[in-house]
Write a new protein. Structure first.
Length: 242
């Protein structure tokens, strides 16, 4: 039987592949590709930065992230160590880092605040390694989202819509200029128009509170309801000291 030089091609390819594998071995899959792990509260608490042999994890809205690369912040003695080893979602907007403040409950928070917590979760998805899910308020024992998580995300979406609505409304009426100095105090003024205090139209729905802003109005607009002249400021003054 006559030998054909083409029969050696598969053998040569296989040999070359083996050589390349020895020189450039395959890298392990990135941790992002791992299946999400299911944590209990007790298990997550072990990764609080107190054991240098363990990575540092934190939870937010039931999602668990490896924040070990931020050890100087999240490790023992770090400024954000209170977030490590637990889900303290509420503290991301409340600023209460002690006792009952370190909770995953968002009860009574406004839609704007809930949106802020969801934004924080998105930050961790972008910046750190997603590890898994925490069983409890946001995920069940099988890692399925709970009704509470769905309601939180719906409230955050509503908050985003209201913020956009407020942004569009305020864009039609420019803000006043303002400055403050220790010697002269506060001052507001309009380059074009007259300063007036006006209630933010969707602020109650967003935050549960009433707030006002300083906006600039043209003279023919000053008669509309809801506009408030600053105390001690003339009706047609373009600059007001507060």
């Amino acid at each position: 039987m006559r030998w054909s030089p083409f029969l050696g091609i598969p053998f040569g390819v296989a040999l070359l592949s083996l050589i390349l594998f020895k020189i450039f071995p395959l890298k392990p899959l990135h941790r992002h590709s791992h299946s999400p792990r299911i944590f209990t509260v007790e298990e997550l608490s072990l990764y609080n930065g107190s054991d240098p042999q363990l990575p540092i994890f934190l939870g937010i809205l039931g999602s668990v992230f490896d924040v070990s690369k931020g050890k100087s912040h999240y490790g023992a003695g770090g400024g954000y160590n209170h977030f490590a080893g637990r889900d303290a979602s509420r503290a991301f907007v409340s600023g209460n880092f002690t006792g009952d403040g370190l909770t995953d409950s968002l009860r009574d928070l406004s839609s704007a605040q809930v949106k802020s917590v969801v934004d924080w979760r998105d930050f961790y998805f972008r910046s750190y390694i997603y590890i898994g899910k925490l069983v409890g308020r946001y995920y069940d024992n099988e890692g399925n989202p709970t009704k509470y998580l769905k309601s939180v995300e719906a409230k955050a979406a509503r908050g985003a819509q209201l913020l956009e609505k407020q942004k569009n409304a305020e864009a039609k009426m420019p803000n006043c200029n303002s400055r403050w100095s220790q010697d002269e105090g506060s001052e507001v003024w309009c380059d074009d128009g007259y300063p007036r205090l006006v209630q933010r139209p969707v602020e109650i729905a967003l935050t549960g509170k009433i707030s006002k802003r300083c906006a600039c109005y043209q003279e023919h607009e000053l008669g509309q309801a809801g506009l408030e002249v600053y105390e001690g400021c003339g009706y047609l003054a373009k600059k007001c000291r507060l």
